[in-house]
Design a protein around this ligand. Structure first.
Ligand SMILES: Nc1ncnc2c1ncn2[C@@H]1O[C@H](COP(=O)(O)OP(=O)(O)OP(=O)(O)O)[C@@H](O)[C@H]1O
Length: 267
């Protein structure tokens, strides 16, 4: 059982963005979707989330065609955390997270639904903010609400589009730990668009690198990260080191600088 994307093509008007993308994430896998700005990461996650329809290709999970099932069935399988969410009116955190239960709820939420909601709120460290309106949250707190909503959905596939972009260091790490534990403990399959190559290498078991509308590297990060490929794709000279702590990517410009005389010394 796996999430499979095959030959997916997409263009915005006449601007082709995805030109035959193939990838496969094993059930319970945690896959990083990497690539420079504009390489199509968001577009691909939106296609899997059915926000956009591809011009061609297929998306399936466990053999089920995710582009053909009903919206409700799709929402039972796939949860999507967009880059940022609309905060329409004075909805509270708890009400916003309850929206994640929509595909499971009958006429009204049950006690069990509220338990799942409160557990997701607790997991994202939002308990103290549960009754606060979304309009009164910081950017990072609002981002954590979107993640809690996706977890409350209890999906089989979790798609996250740069979910840590507004988070401080502690919550970046905690969020990635949470997603990893959801994959490990609950067998959820996760695909995360992310810019930090080192976070991807540390937390994910697969890295897929997009460039020019195609997949140019795919595999365990330690194998997929190649200095020559990354340098070409990002247009920046990078070094890749492999040590006890796994693989690490560093721009050559961040290598220690040669010692230079200070202004005071040379005066
Ligand atoms: N709504 C849109 N209309 C037209 N072009 C778009 C639209 N959304 C994105 N694009 C273009 O499609 C390409 C891929 O964008 P996408 O947002 O998928 O890239 P990305 O890899 O997620 O980028 P980033 O790292 O900056 O978030 C870019 O060239 C972008 O300008």
């Amino acid at each position: 059982m796996s999430l499979e994307v095959a030959s997916v093509r997409f263009a915005y008007r006449r601007n082709p963005v995805l030109e035959g993308v193939d990838l496969r994430v094993a059930e319970g896998g945690f896959c990083a979707l990497l690539g420079p700005n504009g390489s199509g990461k968001s577009t691909l996650t939106k296609i899997i989330a059915r926000v956009l329809a591809p011009a061609g290709g297929t998306v399936s999970f466990a053999g089920q065609d995710l582009l053909a099932v009903s919206r409700r069935e799709h929402a039972r399988v796939v949860a999507y955390v967009p880059q940022s969410g609309a905060t329409p009116f004075e909805q509270t955190v708890r009400e916003a997270v309850l929206l994640g239960r929509t595909p499971h709820i009958g006429l009204r939420p049950t006690r069990r639904d509220w338990e799942v909601v409160d557990a997701a709120i607790d997991r994202l460290g939002l308990t103290d903010l549960a009754d606060r309106p979304l309009s009164q949250l910081s950017g990072g707190q609002a981002q954590r609400v979107l993640i809690a909503r996706a977890l409350a959905q209890r999906p089989r596939v979790l798609l996250l589009d740069e979910p840590t972009s507004a988070l401080d260091l502690r919550y970046q790490i905690e969020t990635l730990q949470i997603v990893r534990s959801v994959t490990r403990e609950e067998g959820v399959t996760a695909l995360i668009a992310i810019h930090d190559l080192n976070h991807a290498a540390h937390f994910c078991d697969q890295a897929v690198l997009l460039d020019g509308g195609r997949v140019v590297a795919d595999g365990p990060p330690a194998e997929a990260f190649d200095a020559a490929v990354l340098s070409r794709v990002y247009g920046l000279d990078v070094r890749v080191t492999r040590g006890e702590n796994g693989v690490e990517v560093r721009p050559a410009a961040l290598e220690p600088l040669p010692a230079t005389a200070t202004a005071a010394e040379s005066a």
